[in-house]
Write a protein that binds this ligand. Structure first.
Ligand SMILES: Cc1cc2nc3c(=O)[nH]c(=O)nc-3n(C[C@H](O)[C@H](O)[C@H](O)COP(=O)(O)OP(=O)(O)OC[C@H]3O[C@@H](n4cnc5c(N)ncnc54)[C@H](O)[C@@H]3O)c2cc1C
Length: 450
């Protein structure tokens, strides 16, 4: 058996890193090692939703059957609800102002189950736990990349992919090195910034919602977007409609860019009273639902300033490491909004990490890629992924404003419907396979011009 063509090290085993490892493992001539800081793969207990373009990738990876088993319902391609948008920030019953429908609708999962499908698809020997990367060294393009871990061990690889989330160590080192070479402005991209948005999350067993005055709550069947001034609540059922996932968002635009709660941790438990106080005076359907969340968690939503690149020689970034926490409902200002991050209401953060992984694996697995051409493969990845991710991020920013009646349309519901519709155009403007082909074309151009 000949040895591998090259060795890929993936740092970080979240949705992005695991998907990349699974996709690369299909190429028997590539050695894949996944280094995860934690003692095991894990995701928080909450929901995650994806759209049809991500489903297309999961299908191409041969995982659609497994994911169908854990979805809210088996995805069959028929039209489904994306979101039912409703004006809800008044004590009287609210009303729909826009209904978003599309093939497959919004495909919903329990996060831990979602991650487990990738974990189960990972070949043996790929994962390495308790490996927190503290630095890497890349001395020349001809020598391997060295990885240094916090347990005083090290490893080598030919290409390193940073899938290490919003606080990415790899991004920090990459930017510091570029700053030392003259691009000092990149130092501003290292530390995440609070967006001014706080989110309350919780899961509700469906039986509790069914019991409410004997009627079935609307959100069990339909993904809901309850909208109001400076706030909105997203809810949808997951796990074969046995659980409802709730993300309640409240924004203080005046605090954007300030230190989050004087340095408090980004994720903490909080009281139900705090959550209910926030939505006091909203329509009964929302308040009744929130009353079923006994132990909410509170999340400070952070992001980064835009990254102008994802790649440095034989090191690349992927998923949340590239930009900001993907639950970005709001951004600092229009000028700063252009990085890799998507809001959950556009259901794109995990989806884009998966798309990054798919395109990158497609390129690294391409027959023309040799050890010497690894930097070209990474540049082709960056060429295709960076503009689309930035485009969706801008859309996320605008959508966040619109959901909270802070966009150009204000609370003119008539104007909001068509404007929101347009925000979803990106879902169908390209396809993952079309983007993979475009990336290969770029690669072939580079190879021809060597
Ligand atoms: C509240 C909320 C709701 C969301 N809802 C949705 C949704 O509905 N749909 C959607 O598409 N997206 C959603 N997202 C976004 C989505 O969850 C993320 O975009 C996605 O999980 C990012 O995955 P990742 O693999 O890039 O990063 P992460 O999940 O952050 O994984 C990073 C991994 O790297 C490891 N790591 C970190 N540092 C190191 C190191 N130095 N060495 C080794 N390992 C390291 C970590 O332990 C972790 O396992 C949501 C996000 C939030 C916060």
């Amino acid at each position: 058996m000949p040895g591998p063509k090259f060795r890929v090290a993936i740092c970080g085993g979240g949705i992005g890193g695991l998907c990349l490892a699974v996709a690369l493992s299909k190429h028997s001539d590539i050695q894949v090692d996944l280094y995860e800081a934690a003692a095991r793969f894990k995701e928080i207990g909450a929901g995650v939703m994806i759209w049809s373009r991500t489903w297309e990738i999961l299908t191409l990876l041969g995982l659609d059957g497994k994911f169908a088993e854990i979805a809210h319902a088996p995805p069959d391609g028929s039209d489904g609800v994306g979101f039912d948008y409703r004006k809800s920030d008044q004590p009287e019953e609210g009303h729909r102002f826009y209904f978003f429908e599309r093939p497959y609708g919004c495909i919903r999962f329990h996060r831990a189950q979602f991650l487990d499908v990738f974990v189960d698809a990972l070949p043996e020997g790929v994962d390495h736990f308790g490996k927190r990367l503290i630095s890497y060294s890349q001395t020349s393009s001809d020598t391997p990349v060295e990885l240094h871990f916090s347990d005083n061990t090290s490893a080598v690889c030919d290409v390193l992919i940073g899938c290490d989330g919003i606080k990415s160590t790899i991004r920090k080192q990459m930017l510091e090195e570029k700053a030392r070479m003259g691009q000092k402005e990149l130092l501003r991209n290292i530390n995440p910034i609070w967006t001014g948005t706080t989110v309350y999350r919780g899961l509700i067993p469906v039986d509790r919602l069914k019991a409410l005055d004997g009627k079935e709550h609307r959100t069990i069947e339909t993904p809901m977007m309850y909208c109001g001034k400076h706030k909105h609540v997203v809810s949808y059922s997951i796990s074969k409609r046995s659980i409802v996932n709730v993300v309640a968002c409240t924004s203080r635009p005046d605090l954007e860019g300030s230190t989050y709660r004087d340095g408090e941790p980004w994720v903490v438990d909080c009281t139900q009273e705090e959550l209910l106080d926030c939505y006091n005076g909203w329509e009964p359907e929302v308040v009744e639902m929130l009353k079923c969340i006994e132990k909410p968690t509170r999340w400070g939503i952070h992001h980064l300033r835009p990254l102008p690149m994802y790649v440095s020689n034989k090191v690349a970034l992927l998923g949340d490491a590239v930009g900001l926490l993907s639950i970005m409902y709001r951004a600092l200002s229009n000028a700063t909004v252009q990085a890799h991050a998507m809001s959950p209401h556009q259901g794109a953060g995990a989806g884009h990490a998966i798309e990054d992984a798919f395109i990158l694996a497609h390129l690294l697995g391409h027959h023309s890629i040799t050890l010497a051409r690894l930097p070209q493969a990474l540049l082709a990845y960056e060429h295709v992924r960076l503009p689309l991710a930035n485009h969706v991020l801008r859309g996320s920013y605008e959508s966040g404003k619109m959901y909270e009646f802070d966009g150009p349309q204000g609370d003119s519901l008539q104007g909001l419907g068509p404007a929101l519709e347009k925000q979803w155009d990106w879902l169908d403007q390209t396809t993952p396979t079309g983007e993979a082909d475009r990336a290969v074309e770029r690669l072939e151009d580079m190879v021809q011009n060597e």
